[in-house]
Ligand binder design. Structure first.
Ligand SMILES: Nc1ncnc2c1ncn2[C@@H]1O[C@H](COP(=O)(O)OP(=O)(O)OP(=O)(O)O)[C@@H](O)[C@H]1O
Ligand SMILES: [Mg+2]
Length: 317
């Protein structure tokens, strides 16, 4: 495979200069952990941050030590708010906003035919959540300034994540001109603007996640034209062995340690092979991605607790 043409360098300015962050990656790689740590890091820089989860089995509250996070926005840490978006509730909110009337909304949307129609529109339930997250970037305070300086979308795992990101584009293609289409246009414009938005890709230093992250980065750049602002390689181990030591340990036949009765050799060999895979993955990511990744260490305590998230947040830039 030929190396991709280099992308234009990312715009200057870290994530704190953005209004909308989309955190995505394969399932279980640490997206919510990164959202939590990034939210605390941005809040420490004086930003008002809203984290929007997409109808998730909610774990952010455990990570931040807050109450359970439901479909109502909740203050979960100093300068950090969070919501677990529910597509039906988001649709109701959107309908009420669009129609400027709760009564009219109820009249229309409590009608089961209308609801069935909306469920049948492709991507409608995804759009209600993406659209809601975007809409929070437009809210202003009576005294001036944004209600939230930065909105972080904790996007669903890739595959689904990318489908969801395609939704505003689909709406632009299929929905006739009107309010919904106008909002989808505004949202899409913001998501594509590298001054205002950034995709944060989260991955692990392993073979499959590395391949998928490289593919995702290419799809974001070539197909969706969404700016990648940061790539986080999570769970990086501090290397214990040099390249030669890794090779020697891995060359030991499995029988050798049994003969020697040395469990320690077996664990050394496992560690050496994990370090080799990690080194190969980091090399591929550095070669094939448009920007240099940042690294988060593998924690050996429970990472889903506030003290660990605070530690990780100090490593966010
Ligand atoms: N750097 C780390 N060191 C150790 N454990 C970690 C680290 N990062 C994340 N974890 C743990 O890995 C698990 C998955 O993390 P997380 O929930 O953030 O992933 P996710 O990508 O949001 O998952 P999902 O796709 O299910 O939403 C959690 O138990 C989390 O505490
Ligand atoms: Mg998650």
């Amino acid at each position: 495979m030929t190396a991709p043409a280099p992308s234009p360098p990312p715009k200057p300015g870290g994530l704190e200069t953005k209004r909308f962050l989309i955190v995505t990656g394969k399932g279980g790689v640490g997206k919510t952990t990164v959202c939590a740590a990034e939210a605390l890091a941005l809040a420490a820089k004086g930003k008002r941050v809203l984290v929007c989860m997409c109808n998730a089995k909610e774990r952010l509250s455990v990570m931040l030590g807050s109450e359970l996070i439901g479909s109502e926005i909740k203050n979960v840490a100093s300068n950090v708010w969070a919501v677990n978006m529910d597509p039906e509730i988001a649709l109701a909110e959107y309908g009420m906003m669009a129609l400027h009337s709760k009564t009219l909304f109820k009249l229309l949307f409590d009608n089961k035919y209308v609801r069935t129609f909306f469920r049948a529109v492709p991507g409608m339930s995804e759009w209600t959540m993406l659209g809601k997250a975007w809409w929070h970037t437009t809210e202003t305070r009576p005294e001036g300034g944004w209600v939230y300086d930065v909105v972080i979308l904790d996007a669903p795992a890739t595959g689904h994540g990318l489908d969801r990101l395609r939704v505003p584009k689909i709406i632009l293609d299929v929905v006739p001109a009107g309010l919904l289409r106008r909002d989808a246009e505004l949202a899409w414009k913001m998501f594509q603007d590298p001054e205002q938005s950034a995709v944060v890709l989260v991955t692990l230093p392993e073979e499959m996640p590395t391949t998928e992250t490289i593919e995702l980065a290419h799809a974001l750049r070539d197909e969706l034209k969404l700016p990648i602002g940061k790539i986080v390689v999570n769970c990086v181990l501090p290397p214990l062995f040099s390249k030669d030591e890794r090779a020697s340990l891995e060359a030991l036949a499995p029988a050798a340690d049994e003969l020697a009765g040395e469990a320690v050799l077996a664990s050394g060999r496992r560690r050496a092979s994990r370090e080799r895979v990690q080194a190969e993955s980091l090399h591929r990511l550095a070669q094939e991605l448009p920007i240099s990744p940042s690294y988060l260490p593998q924690l050996f305590e429970d990472a889903a607790q506030p003290s660990a998230i605070r530690d990780l947040s100090k490593r966010m830039t």
